[in-house]
Structures are given as structure tokens and as C-alpha cells.
Design a protein around this ligand. Sequence first.
Ligand SMILES: [Zn+2]
Length: 95
Amino acid sequence: MADTIGGCEGCDTPIFEDTPHFTYGDDVTVCAECAPTLSSILADYRQALSLRNPDYESFGCSSLEEFKHKAEACERDLKENGDRKLLTSYGEAKS
Ligand SMILES: [Zn+2]
């Protein structure tokens, strides 16, 4: 049996190592049900970038430059691949 890596912030579902999930930059983990879509992530980026001092650290970035790059990559991804949920599981990440 796999170890839990925590629970979903949205609905308290336990999340195991091989459960598809989404992790926000600030280490908040949610289950596939509660995961945001790419377009809603991009909306968050855009909203943060419209502020005078974007809180890029809460998106897991160490600089504003990195944050802008991430937002641009996200926008390109949405254009090229369409809207979807970006789920990961640690099982996949290791292989
Ligand atoms: Zn959930």
C-alpha cells in the first residue's frame, strides 16, 4: 500500500503517491476532482501579473522573471494543447 502524501485541500480526500493530483507552487495539494484547469491557472497568473508587486513566491517562483516565463509557457500550452487539468502523480514523475 502506497504512503499518503497528504489530503486534498478542497475535499479532504486522502492523496497517495500514485494518485493523480495537482500541487500548487506553495505546496497545497488537491485531488483530481478539485484540481484547477489550465485556463483557471492562467487566469490566476494574469491576475497576479496585473498587480504592482505580484506575489510570485506563492506560485513557487523565486523571481518575477521566472514567474513571467511560467505565465507565458502556460499561455502557450493552453493555445497549443487546449484546456485541461494538469495532474501529476509521483509514480509517473519517477519513471
Ligand atoms: Zn478534492
